[in-house]
Design a binder for this molecule. Structure first.
Ligand SMILES: [Zn+2]
Length: 487
């Protein structure tokens, strides 16, 4: 018979052990490295300013994303993916280097990515990949250094998808039946010429495609489906369009949210064209497809507190931090069973994940970790993921006024010099409506010290910031988009 005293002692001892060594602090187990069956192409699609909860692929009632629904249905959908920072350049720079913005020294649009950073494009290029980027807006202009490692960098333009399709067609024509078509005879010639230049047609590609449609200001699209049609005109929330906050009526707000949703739908249609093109070029099965956003958006939630709502970057809240993330593996890699993953992951995990899928590792100073075990149905220990606020203004030095967030397991905790602390239970309250920090002082204390440790480890960037390289016109364009441009 078991002794009650001994039982109590054992229970207390296990609580003590658990509290000394919380699960989150355990070293991640080492998984055997993945060996890919062949060199897969990599297509990374980033749709700017897209809230996961506004995608029908994530259960939103409006049909905003039929093509992404198809992608998610055959891939892995991550329900708690967090950006490192709700701002376009720093977020993408973080994604493409697997470094937190504070490590990279890029926390605002208009800043410059250090040359020392070893980007995903550089690493893939070194492994024989053809690399190209097709971006849609000025925050990702090549002058920021985000272009490093891309052999082709198609600067901001309205036709990123079309350009990407043309590039993939021209660079990667591998399906012989397609090559036999008379209308593609010139492509055969092109490939023969290329081979004579000793460029192998079987070289895999890495294409990064960035779309900006859901970012204000909103365009009205004639091809929007019935439920997403909005009239032409001014929309509240678009900086500079409506100057008086009193002009926000419930009808205006509803119409503006619909305009945002219609922009997502418009982009989804273009993404559908790109994915269909992969099929018609015979490379769909051999391509790893990743869909992500750089940050979400505060829609009407803060109209009482800030004059224009419809913005991102100032506050850290799940509506700005949580991003959609879908990973669809190439054929015959295993891991093709669709799944939904709920544990918090970060956009800095993308680069280690992509590298592992192609058979490489993300060496230091990568701060993310590979999600490959999850893709193959294995466990991955819980780990804290961090986010920080964008660089705010020239008056506030980066080290002052920190606003930071940590998500781990079911919890997200944030600390701000200005706004205080808040704790949310994402399992009960995914939209973060109730601050439960007073109900869970132990969780709050644990997450606060986790944040403090992270902040002191990220007090300064890894490399000396190179300073801005912006020409006056680019600076003006950024300011027109409403950004305070970094030094
Ligand atoms: Zn953005």
């Amino acid at each position: 018979m078991k002794s009650p005293v001994r039982e109590t002692f054992l229970a207390l001892a296990s609580i003590l052990v658990l509290s000394c060594f919380p699960a989150a602090e355990e070293e991640p187990k080492i998984n055997a490295p993945f060996t890919p069956p062949y060199p897969a192409n990599v297509l990374l699609i980033s749709l700017d300013t897209t809230r996961a909860d506004h995608l029908s692929a994530y259960g939103y009632p409006r049909q905003t994303s039929p093509n992404l629904e198809k992608l998610a249905a055959r891939g892995h959908r991550f329900d708690s993916a967090f950006t490192t920072i709700p701002s376009t350049l720093p977020s993408h720079a973080s994604m493409l280097t697997s470094l937190y913005p504070s490590s990279l020294g890029v926390r605002g649009n208009g800043q410059r990515v250090p040359q020392e950073a070893n980007t995903l494009a550089e690493r893939l290029g070194a492994r024989g990949y053809r690399t190209a980027a097709f971006v849609s807006e000025i925050p990702l202009d090549a002058s920021t250094g985000i272009d490093q490692g891309f052999q082709t960098y198609n600067g901001p333009g309205d036709f990123a998808i079309r350009e990407a399709i043309h590039w993939i067609r021209d660079e990667q024509f591998t399906d012989p039946t397609e090559l036999d078509r008379p209308d593609l005879r010139s492509k055969v010639d092109a490939i023969v010429n290329r081979q004579s230049e000793s460029k192998s047609v079987s070289q895999p590609f890495f294409a990064f495609v960035h779309l900006f449609d859901p970012h204000a200001r909103y365009n009205v699209h004639s091809d929007s489906p019935e439920g997403l049609r909005v009239p032409h005109g001014a929309y509240p929330g678009q900086r500079g369009v409506i100057e008086n906050p009193d002009d926000f009526t419930p009808e205006h707000i509803e119409r503006t949210i619909k305009a945002y949703d219609a922009e997502i739908h418009h982009a989804d249609r273009r993404i559908g064209e790109l994915l269909e093109a992969l099929g018609s070029f015979g490379v769909a099965d051999r391509t790893l497809v990743i869909f992500v956003s750089d940050h979400g958006e505060t829609l009407d939630e803060l109209l009482d507190e800030i004059p224009y709502g419809f913005d991102h970057g100032e506050f850290l809240h799940t509506r700005e931090l949580r991003v959609p993330l879908v990973i669809a593996l190439p054929k015959n890699f295993g891991g093709e069973t669709p799944a939904i993953h709920r544990q918090p992951v970060s956009t800095i995990d993308l680069m280690p994940t992509i590298l592992e899928i192609i058979g490489a590792t993300c060496d230091a100073p990568c701060e993310g970790r590979s999600l490959v075990p999850l893709l193959f149905g294995d466990d991955l220990p819980s780990r804290a993921v961090f986010s920080e606020r964008r660089w705010v203004s020239p008056e506030i030095p980066p080290t002052a006024s920190r606003t930071m967030s940590v998500a781990e397991g079911r919890w997200r905790y944030q600390y701000s010099d200005e706004y205080g602390v808040a704790l949310f239970d994402l399992s009960q309250d995914p939209h973060e409506t109730v601050d439960v920090s007073d109900d869970h002082p132990g969780v709050r204390a644990r997450m606060h010290s986790s944040l403090q440790r992270w902040a002191s480890a990220h007090a300064r960037p890894l490399w000396k910031p190179p300073g801005s390289n912006l020409d006056p016109e680019t600076r003006r364009s950024l300011e027109e988009l409403g950004y305070v441009v970094g030094p």
